[in-house]
Write a protein that binds this ligand. Structure first.
Ligand SMILES: C[S@@+](CC[C@H](N)C(=O)[O-])C[C@H]1O[C@@H](n2cnc3c(N)ncnc32)[C@H](O)[C@@H]1O
Length: 190
């Protein structure tokens, strides 16, 4: 039996999700105190997310990178329906590089690929912001998904980013019912 690729798996999921879903990751709220009013924002694996639209509404130039062309089509349609403009890039981040920066803001929610964090930090502009929301293994006490491989170990997230200043890090049960690690970090200003 052939193992489906990430693209096939996620295209199937997003095709069944009408216009996409939002996990209620609250990236905008998390980044709010530090968010610039303008600049280039990269939302990694943001195919079905509503966060990117909120960032676009606030004036940021948003690029959503995701493996699923179906998820990205949903994102574009939802943006257009709200008269917002976003750019989308179809990319398999397990085998292809992150879209070239520098990025003033990089966000990533509910997608864990540990070996990506070095490239994420490298992709930040001087003074650039990183916002991350990912469930921890504690989340498995109440939810079956995301599974163990897609969940962070306790206090693991700050160890995945180096060369940046951690502005915020917390891990707890959130109002959306999930146990999530939240992190905001900033690259040094040259
Ligand atoms: C759980 S969803 C999270 C979506 C969004 N960030 C949110 O929080 O609502 C995971 C996303 O990762 C994308 N994805 C999965 N594997 C990927 C890969 N290898 N490269 C890029 N994106 C991938 C999926 O298409 C999907 O949109």
């Amino acid at each position: 039996m052939t193992v489906p690729t990430d693209r096939e798996r996620w295209n199937e999921k997003w095709a069944g999700a009408e216009m996409g879903t939002n996990h209620g990751s609250k990236l905008v709220e998390l980044l709010e105190p530090w968010l610039p009013q303008t600049g280039q924002l990269l939302d990694i694996a943001g195919g079905g997310s509503g966060d990117s639209l909120e960032f676009a509404r606030r004036g940021l130039m948003v690029t959503v990178a995701d493996v699923s062309d179906v998820g990205l089509a949903h994102a574009r349609a939802r943006a257009a329906a709200q008269s917002l403009v976003i750019r989308t890039v179809e990319v398999d981040l397990r085998s292809e590089p992150l879209p070239a920066g520098p990025w003033d803001v990089i966000t990533i929610a509910n997608y864990l690929q540990r070996d990506l964090f070095e490239a994420i930090v490298d992709g930040l502009a001087p003074g650039g912001l990183l916002g991350v929301v990912i469930p921890t293994v504690t989340n498995l006490e109440r939810h079956e998904r995301p599974g163990r491989p897609y969940s962070l170990d306790p206090d693991e997230l700050p160890t995945l980013v180096s060369g940046v200043e951690i502005l915020h890090h917390s891990e707890k049960w959130r109002p959306n019912g999930r146990h999530e690690a939240h992190l905001v970090a900033q690259s040094p200003v040259l």
